[in-house]
Design a protein around this ligand. Structure first.
Ligand SMILES: [Zn+2]
Length: 170
């Protein structure tokens, strides 16, 4: 339950992030954020019961740079919606790998625009080649991770939590 996702709003109510309950509770405790919505559960410590937040809001407005997300396997898979960018199959994370579009051996960088989610079959087929050399074609060029991308993800995740909706669907 401490890993459950909590929607983080800027002071302006703009959704900016998703964080686990554990971290959200710390932010509220420190006075950095306030709870906007609760999920109805409690965390019990020896002294008290803490209401578990579902949506929190930062007390001070935070300027969000255009690209805020760290480059990581998880974020690439999220951006690509767990879809192999060559054959279009949607797969669990364990069955996906990351492909360097331009292979590292040819100077391809480890970067948002050179990495895509890829299934093992396509990855084996591609090997150390460019997509066109392996007869593969990208579904679309890889997108940088912008706030727009992350809002789409928040919307996807927010479908399961109606407390998030009023902040996401506007
Ligand atoms: Zn594939």
């Amino acid at each position: 339950m401490l890993q459950a996702p909590v929607l983080v709003l800027n002071a302006s109510y703009e959704p900016i992030n998703i964080t686990p309950v554990r971290r959200a509770v710390v932010l509220v405790f420190k006075g950095v954020a306030t709870t906007e919505e609760e999920n109805g559960n409690f965390i019990h410590s020896t002294r008290m019961a803490i209401r578990v937040p579902s949506v929190i809001r930062l007390c001070e407005f935070r300027h969000i740079p255009r690209q805020t997300r760290a480059l990581s396997r998880k974020n690439i898979l999220l951006r690509d919606r767990y879809t192999c960018q060559f054959c279009g199959r949607v797969l669990p994370a364990s069955e996906l790998t990351l492909d360097h579009i331009i292979p590292r051996s040819r100077g391809g960088r480890t970067d948002w625009d050179n990495l895509v989610a890829c299934c093992h079959a396509c990855n084996n087929r591609k090997g150390d080649r460019l997509p066109e050399e392996a007869g593969l074609k990208l579904l679309r060029p890889p997108r940088p991770y912008t706030l727009h991308t992350s809002r789409q993800l928040m919307r996807m995740m927010g479908k399961s939590d109606e407390r998030w909706r009023k902040y996401l669907f506007y």
